[in-house]
Design a protein around this ligand. Sequence first.
Ligand code: WT7
Length: 652
Amino acid sequence: MDDAGVDGRRRDRPVADDDAIEPPTGFRERAVASDAGVYDAFATEGPDAWRRAADLLDWERPYERVLDDGDPPFYEWFPDGRLNAAVNCVDRHLDERRNQLAIRWFGKRGERRSYTYLDLHREVNALAAGLRELGVEEDDVVTLYLPMVPELPVAMLACARIGAPHNVVFAGLSAEALATRLDAADSSYLITCDGYYRREDAFNQKSKADNARLRADGDLAATVVVDRLGDALDVSLGADEHAYESLVDAHDGETVEPVARDATDLLFVMYTSGTTGRPKGVEHATGGYLAHVAWTTRNVLDVRPSDTYWCAADIGWITGHSYGVYGPLSVGTTTVLYEGSPDYPDRDRVWDLIERNAVSVFYTSPTAIRSFMKWGAEYPDRHDLSSIRLLGTVGESITPKAWRWYRDHVGGGEAPIVDTWWQTETGAIALATLPGITPMKPGRVGPPLPGIDARVVDEDGEPVDPGEPGYLTIGSPWPGMLRGLREGDERYRREYWVEAEDGWRYRTGDGATVDEDGYVTILGRVDDVINVRAQRFNTAELESAIVGVEGVTEAAVVGDDDGDVVAYVTTRSDVEPGEPLRTAIGEELAREVGDLARADRIVFTPDLPKTRSGKIMRRLLEDIARGEEFGDVSALRNPEVVGEIESAVRSE
Ligand code: WT7
């Protein structure tokens, strides 16, 4: 039994419907992508076909070459072109729609703020000028540690304007995680805030940032602090700390000449969990990334300037970068930004916001949909959601049941759903149906997008038969792909690429099957990464935090069917496994990894199942957590623990 293999993966998980559902006629007639010829066009034109995407952008210096693949796997998209991402997301919309809303923000306390494209232009320029004054130069990495406030996209765009790559760290991550990311990204500028509301309470973010500063090896040249809480929390600023509001006020009305960047220059870095305990710094280049994101925002999410579009993901992760900020703003639409939680003040908050704003395209995760289902259809049913014309999901597999619920109760039984597969590394959507063209199959993500050479292969790189589990790989480069890792070329190559006879192949780390029609079903990760609450965690990262708790000897972490984190924990013989220990584990996870890293279920067990070489059998634990059948355990060093663990799970 090999923990990392796909062979033992259940083939029927998730159970997908084989009946294809045609795009509704009304939708098809008006869809951005309505010509099925696009699949053939990409297939015959090769990389050149991606001109369609690049031509959605404004170029400071037009590109002539589409792809430089002379030194694989170091690919360069649109290598001789120059552009600025902020110009593409803001300035170029001023002629046609300066008074159109760009961002409509809803705060936790019911506050609202709206930014037209003109407002956005003004604030981005003022902040860009302010950052310059603080010494930020082209190629300096600026770390952003902010919750879902408008200042976050403003800061991203201000950085982009002056050619300073941003490094957004999810606000819920710990001081330790921020310190690691500041150092790893070699970043000496930080933008954070005083704090933010969690439910009723004002939470001090600045003290977390201060803590990170103490823990980090490097020094910060300047910190900018957004005042989110006003009188609710007073933070004092040190000598090299600056209030965001004063900085922006001081430069209000100034314009900063946008820095033309090579298409291959770094737009941002985003840290994500990899196969080791240390996060990987995924680097995205300016031109290819923005082109791919803009093209998919239009062709997959079918977004037009006239839409009000809402991607519910936090900007602290890649989905929020690509489809909460760069995608919608590059195509000139109105994007909704929501700071709060979906069940506060009531469980209809999301539906209330959709109704209030006449949201036409809504993009969220299966985790969220599962919660909505649990809360009940009466909440969406209470609202007029007739503005919705397209729904999207991302982050994990959606069951056909959840798919149908989403369509019936949110999409009025009519709206097409795009199940979009991609990763931090792919930058943008890689597999999905084109909603006006491709039939949908609930539970299957769909075929690869035109131009994406995705294949499900076996250990030897040979395509598997329909229905057989294999590894999802991508056989040739695509524009949104990472340009490298912060950790260097060698790590990038080793982490993602295999050289095969027919060229280099990118390994996604996902197991998958493909059906006769070429529709891919994702089975889950084949490495030590788990997806929970639509986020990615490295199991070792969580386990080492748990083992850091006094009295804990070993821990193994898996995901269950509800997308929850289940931690199996063994303790020292003199330690009583009980409530205080559970609390201590929860606190340590929050401190070391972050808020999202809670263990939903903690199962105390006398031992963990191990192979003869001492490797913990995580897949077996996953099966037990999911209440599923599991195979032969005789290869274990300690098969007798399995029964004990099962009863521990049952008596939880
Ligand atoms: C992993 C990437 C960019 C998406 C947000 C998470 C899983 C993503 C799907 C989907 C089944 C999916 C994969 C992938 N995943 N989309 N539609 N169906 N699984 O980004 O943190 O980089 O995680 O999320 O396992 O490898 P991420």
